[in-house]
Ligand binder design. Structure first.
Ligand code: ATP
Ligand code: AMP
Ligand code: MG
Length: 205
């Protein structure tokens, strides 16, 4: 049974380093200017809180290296906590944007970031896929010293991830009848992708 949250719900996905968090900061600025009540929640933050509490990780880039059953526990807990927080803060005029991944590259294979257990809890109206050229993504990863993305910092891995991330977003969207909206994050100006996402929000209402 497909249902929706009272507030609009967008899940924003894309290859590590493509610029999801950066673009969402720009989306937030635009929505603030327009006085649209919204919440940007980072799925990894919620997994990190749960993982730290259990003494499993200290840093966000350690999460995808945990045994898969552990990642699954953290993933399910994060999805529930996100909806709980959004439900307490947003009414039907609000917008929830979840910063996350449709696919996780683990040492035990490609693993869905949005399996049924997650999308059925988050109930997205739309799944956004942020994309850029593989060379741009690699350069962004290399420039960003705040993260440990060495396990993805290879042009062939990024090309494969781009392809699988798109398919994974579509597979998850099918489970809950979400749209899949592909947005290009232009080098040097993340506000272009942000404006596209705001256009999507306006059209979903
Ligand atoms: P992750 O999935 O690992 O959290 P992400 O998709 O959230 O990654 P960001 O952290 O937003 O990626 O961006 C990665 C790096 O790329 C950052 O240093 C950011 O400043 C830079 N960046 C993001 N968008 C652009 C852009 N349009 N042009 C140039 N640099 C960008
Ligand atoms: P991020 O900062 O978005 O890269 O998130 C940090 C880490 O959290 C990722 O590298 C993943 O290990 C984990 N993560 C984020 N979203 C999901 C998800 N939907 N499913 C599983 N793991 C996730
Ligand atoms: Mg991010």
């Amino acid at each position: 049974m497909v249902s929706r949250n009272p507030f609009l719900t967008l899940i924003v996905t894309g290859v590590p380093g493509v610029g999801k968090t950066t673009v969402l900061r720009e989306v937030s600025k635009i929505l603030e200017e327009r006085k649209v009540k919204h919440l940007v929640l980072n799925f990894g933050d919620f997994m990190l809180i749960a993982g730290k509490r259990l003494g499993l990780v200290e840093h966000r880039d350690q999460i995808r290296h945990l045994p898969l059953r552990r990642q699954l526990e953290l993933q399910e807990e994060a999805a529930k906590a996100i909806v709980e927080e959004a439900s307490s803060k947003l009414d039907e005029s609000g917008v929830l944007l979840v910063d996350t991944h449709a696919i996780i590259r683990t040492s035990t294979g490609y693993w869905p970031g949005l399996p049924f257990g997650v999308v059925s809890v988050l109930k997205p109206d739309s799944i956004v896929v942020v994309e850029s050229k593989p060379e741009e993504i690699l350069a962004r990863q290399m420039r960003d010293k705040s993260r440990y993305r060495a396990d993805m910092s290879d042009i062939e891995i990024i090309k494969e991830l781009l392809e699988i991330a798109r398919s994974a977003a579509i597979a998850s969207a099918v489970l809950v009848a979400s749209s899949v909206y592909i947005v290009y994050n232009v080098e040097g100006d993340p506000s272009i992708a942000a404006r596209k996402i705001v256009e999507l929000i306006e059209k979903l209402r």
